[in-house]
Design a binder for this molecule. Sequence first.
Ligand code: AOF
Ligand code: ZN
Length: 338
Amino acid sequence: MAVNAAERSAMDRALQLATRGPRGANPQVGAVILSPDGTVLAEGWHQGAGTPHAEVDALSKLAPGDARGATAVVTLEPCNHTGRTGPCAVALIEAGVARVVYALDDPGAESGGGAERLRAAGVDVDSGEQADAAHALIDGWLTAQRLGRPHITVKWAQSLDGRAAAADGSSQWITGPAARADVHHRRAEADAIVVGTGTVLADDPALTARDGDALLSHQPVPVVIGSRPTPTDAAVHRHPHSPLFYDTHDLHAVTADLHARGIQRVFVEGGPTLASAFIQAGLADRVLAYIAPVLLGGDKLALGDIGVASIDHARRLTIDEWVPLGPDLLAVARPAAP
Ligand code: AOF
Ligand code: ZN
């Protein structure tokens, strides 16, 4: 059965509800229970590991029998395992739910398979509705599950001719205030912000997420990679979180350690050498290129060696969004499917 308008707007709502839960060991999940005529009967969301799942939270707000013949709209495939809580697929079947619409498959080896279980019990199941939005919401958790490392965004600002700095190395400011504000809000969505020692020495960045002078409510942990010594009075030492220093060029080792620390989203902010190294290592799940209408010429390119020797090996991207930011343009992209 095709997804109808009431189910689509219930998925919008479920995505909003999901954000009420915390990011952490468990994914953020939202659920809406609809009557057969499309009226919202109950809403639920997951409040973190050890608490009821979104579907169970929603069902708990109904009297027994109220969900008979209803449709459950959920941002993640209902689970099929008994972990800290029981399987949601079974809770939905027992409540008499007739149809389930969900956005994303659960990648968990144990928790997955809920859709099959529902179908086997005669429940009508549809998936993939607003999968992109649901994916964006829990990309850190999904990457941790699938790859055992954080989700990594590599960001840079460039002139229209692809330069990150002028001939003398000066680079503040290529982009305008709207682009810079956008960067700060995206920093606040990350758990860690990564720079190289070269950037600390050249720019002495604070690595905080700010709105004007005010700190945003969530601050990423500052991470500095590289072997060059940095001053003990660098601005990064005044960050609300103690910085992490890695004296290595093995980015897989760094990201494995960040994963072990529970960091799910990493924002790589430079400069060109570090950005290129992440891309070359295959550690860039998303690329943010802020492009300013200015020409710099010269050889200070936004990216250096990324291991592309010939056009056959070009790293092709898929654009998710082009975002106009005042006079600048942001490309939000990810590696194209092979
Ligand atoms: C759902 N609905 O709201 C969530 C799901 O240890 P547990 O019992 O809390 O299970 C955690 C796993 O369940 C988690 O890793 C993920 O696969 C799934 N999360 N599933 O049906 C929810 N939060
Ligand atoms: Zn569940």
